[in-house]
Design a protein around this ligand. Structure first.
Ligand code: ZN
Length: 323
């Protein structure tokens, strides 16, 4: 097997349409048998503040009061902003302390994806082997099959053309702003409690770091029900394409975004997953790294075909295996 130069060190991607899955990756090849290779995914977000209109900010304070919303005591501007459901919510100016706190919590949740998975190649995948000379027996060589450590970094940039995604963030007064892929609110980095029922009707309480879940989507992961082919979720996806939402039971509304696809009425392990309603990382969540390996291999068509065919034989470890 002719392995050594057959790697692309970096693979970069930029979204062609808004919210398309795009990220960069770097393959850090180990030359030592006692150290795993590393595949690092880098996702760049540009966060932009949405602040109230400066001219109307003070008038809006009294409007908020009339609507029964308490404006901030420090006299700063208030405004209104529509959420994903086009419901208009009251917002306030960002202070630099609040913004720093928001960014800090986002970074902490992004870091949950770092060093979570190790990929173990199958027996017939020799591209990651490291060959070392044997200094005791100079004619001999040692071949070691190295595993791959999965790293993740969220880079935050001020420059939108350089970002994989630009996200506008409102500083909410109150709660209940419905966020989406490119609009967050100040409450989003606060973990959310859910209590979904499993297949036996037992309530499974979970706490989800919402930003970490959204990062999962941004690197290409669908909801756990889609990944695991859960039957209720499959029904929701099928019905979502064929039946008008208003006539569907709540469990199935929203297709891939339905409660069924978050794991409701499936197993506790489905509900608990980071791509369900919980915070648990499992082997399926390593998919973005596993898929990406193949973009880092510089192989001819035949060898690439062979490598892709053995893809299902890769194993994912949640603890560091020996190299
Ligand atoms: Zn989701």
């Amino acid at each position: 097997m002719s392995g050594v130069e057959q790697f692309n060190k970096t693979v970069t991607a930029m979204p062609e349409i808004q919210n398309e899955v795009a990220f960069d990756s770097e393959f850090i090849r180990s030359v030592r048998s006692d150290q795993n290779h590393t595949l690092k995914i880098t996702l760049r977000f540009c966060f932009q503040q949405i602040n109230p209109d400066q001219v109307q900010g003070q008038i809006m304070r009294s409007l908020a009061q009339h609507a029964g919303v308490t404006p901030p005591a420090d006299g700063r501007n208030v405004g209104m902003h529509a959420d994903y459901d086009r419901a208009v919510k009251f917002i306030k100016d960002w202070t630099s302390a609040e913004w720093l706190s928001f960014i800090g919590k986002v970074r902490a949740q992004a870091a949950l994806w770092n060093n979570k998975f190790w990929l173990i190649p199958p027996d017939d995948f020799a591209y990651f082997d490291v060959t070392e000379g044997n200094w005791v027996n100079k004619s001999g060589k040692t071949v070691t099959r190295l595993n791959l450590k999965c790293e993740f970094e969220l880079e935050i940039t001020q420059y939108p053309p350089y970002a994989h995604r630009t996200i506008q963030v409102v500083n909410l007064i109150g709660t209940d702003f419905r966020s989406d892929d490119s609009h967050y609110d100040s409450e989003d980095p606060t973990p959310v409690n859910y209590s979904y029922a499993d297949i036996r009707g037992t309530v499974v309480p979970t706490t989800q770091p919402t930003v970490a879940h959204e990062i999962g989507h941004a690197i290409g992961l669908p909801h756990i029900g889609v990944t695991r082919g859960l039957s209720q979720c499959q029904l929701a996806v099928m019905w979502g394409k064929n039946i008008h939402e208003s006539s569907l039971p709540a469990l199935y509304k929203g297709g891939e975004g339905s409660l069924a696809c978050y794991g409701q009425f499936a197993g506790a392990g489905d509900i608990n997953n980071i791509m369900g309603a919980g915070a648990t990382f499992e082997p399926e969540n390593a998919r973005p790294w596993l898929d990406r390996i193949f973009l880092h291999l510089r192989l001819n068509q035949f060898e690439m075909g062979k490598a892709l065919m053995s893809m299902s034989k890769w194993r994912v470890s949640l603890t560091p295996p020996c190299p």
